[in-house]
Design a protein around this ligand. Structure first.
Ligand SMILES: Cc1cc2nc3c(=O)[nH]c(=O)nc-3n(C[C@H](O)[C@H](O)[C@H](O)COP(=O)(O)OP(=O)(O)OC[C@H]3O[C@@H](n4cnc5c(N)ncnc54)[C@H](O)[C@@H]3O)c2cc1C
Ligand code: FES
Length: 391
């Protein structure tokens, strides 16, 4: 399959879109919606919206805004929320579900996880006007990184949240006439799988968008349609688990589409093999997991002598064994560095390297431009020789 002719800048911005910097035409994201701007601020809960069973959107207003007042992120990126729950500080990552084209408020859409710390607290305890801390945006699971003319956005469960931000942004830009050729410049299929029709997220909104944008096609699949007295057989969509036959029937041109895939591990693995079976190019399938993966420790070099890690501000120093992360070295030296996921994802431990080099294996918790400014994540970095850290 030849990809080149099909790869083209997908979303362009016309000058003067309110809240979005003017830019020359280019792919969605780079120079179009602007570079993301760091937020590290308390946010106030302004509204909650029930989107489906056990799925609630939280509308946040930042207490401190970036210069210019507008929020800038890319669709599909996530933030880290920190809340004091039961006397402890609890931190979790949540994808931004609002689109970057609406840069005044920011929303996260959270599925209640029974027995969990943060999600039941957000659902049941946090009241309007309540505050949490927010840091971000982070992550590179975004169509901005993968410009294409046609997309297939596949999701299951809470994995719909990157799709929500993306589709809302695409629809906003299409409505402004900012997209390329096509009925309204849009060519995207959204295929979401849920347990039952009651679990379909933002159903009314997404169906209304699909009804008004000919280039947006919405496909629901539900595992089950529980019998409801008097409801008859109202469900006309796909029933049962997603299969390659359903995928092929619903999206016959999937091999021509850039695929964004988000959902539970089992679902993603199943979809990946269906895509392969149907002849899709898996290098054009991009995935996000909501499960924090085990940290991949950089391998210790055989025979290496270890390294000295000095902490510039506290004046402490430790000689650590090969393969020791800088976060562990800090603990050994009695230096407290903030940390949460210990996997290079949440960005909590971000620090500055004053001298030396580290071998870092992160999972999206830091941006290339931050790395260029000597920022690094101590939880997933081992010293490559002696180093000095600003801590
Ligand atoms: C990049 C990224 C983006 C994400 N985006 C979203 C999003 O948009 N929307 C969304 O809803 N979620 C999202 N998540 C998931 C989210 O971060 C949380 O993991 C999720 O909300 C559950 O958190 P919790 O605190 O409620 O549950 P946790 O406290 O983390 O518990 C999760 C599960 O583990 C079980 N458990 C907890 N402690 C123990 C224990 N000691 N022993 C045994 N079992 C235990 C709980 O019963 C529960 O079933 C995202 C995750 C990542 C990494
Ligand atoms: S603790 Fe999460 S990135 Fe380091």
């Amino acid at each position: 399959m030849t990809l080149a002719p099909d790869r083209a800048p997908a979303l362009h911005l016309v000058p003067g879109v309110p809240g979005v910097p003017d830019s020359p035409a280019g792919p969605f994201g780079a120079g179009v919606l602007g570079e993301e701007v760091d937020l590290d601020t308390e946010v106030v809960l302004r509204q909650r919206i029930v989107e489906a069973r056990d799925l609630v959107t939280f509308v946040w207003e930042p207490v401190t805004r970036p210069v210019g007042g507008l929020l800038a992120f890319r669709p599909g990126q996530y933030v880290t929320l920190t809340a004091g729950i039961g006397g402890e500080s609890v931190e979790r990552c949540y994808t931004i579900s609002s689109p970057p084209t609406r840069p005044h408020l920011l929303t996260t859409t959270v599925k209640r996880v029974e027995g969990g710390r943060m999600s039941p607290w957000l659902h049941d305890r946090l009241e309007g006007g309540g505050r949490v801390h927010l840091r971000g945006p982070m992550g590179d699971f975004t169509v901005s990184e993968h410009p294409a003319r046609r997309y297939l956005l596949l999701s299951a469960g809470s994995g719909v949240t990157p799709t929500l931000s993306t589709v809302r942004a695409m629809a906003d830009l299409a409505a402004l006439g900012s997209l390329g050729p096509g009925p309204d410049g849009l060519d995207v299929v959204v295929l979401h799988s849920a347990r039952t029709p009651d679990d379909l997220p933002c159903r009314t909104e997404l169906e209304a968008l699909a009804a008004t944008h000919p280039g947006l096609r919405l496909v629901w699949t539900v595992d089950d349609v529980p019998a409801q007295p008097g409801a008859g057989h109202a469900w006309t969509g796909y029933r049962g688990m997603l299969t390659s036959a359903v995928l092929a029937a619903a999206v016959p041109d999937l091999a021509q589409r850039e695929v964004m895939l988000c959902g539970p591990d089992g679902y993603r693995a199943a979809v990946r093999s269906m895509l392969a079976e149907l002849g899709a190019d898996l290098t054009r399938c991009h995935e996000e997991s909501f499960v924090v993966a085990e940290a991949v420790a950089p391998e210790a070099v055989e025979g290496a002598a270890g390294a000295t890690v000095r902490f510039g501000r506290s004046g402490r120093e430790v000689h650590c064994a090969p393969g020791t992360t800088v976060l562990d070295a800090a603990r050994q030296a009695g230096v407290r560095l903030p940390s949460s996921c210990a996997s290079g994802l949440c960005g909590t431990c971000k620090s500055t390297l004053l001298s030396g080099r580290v071998d870092m294996r992160h999972q999206g918790g830091i941006r290339p431009r931050e790395i260029a400014q000597d920022r690094f994540l101590p939880c997933c970095s081992v010293p490559d020789g002696d180093i000095v850290v600003d801590a």
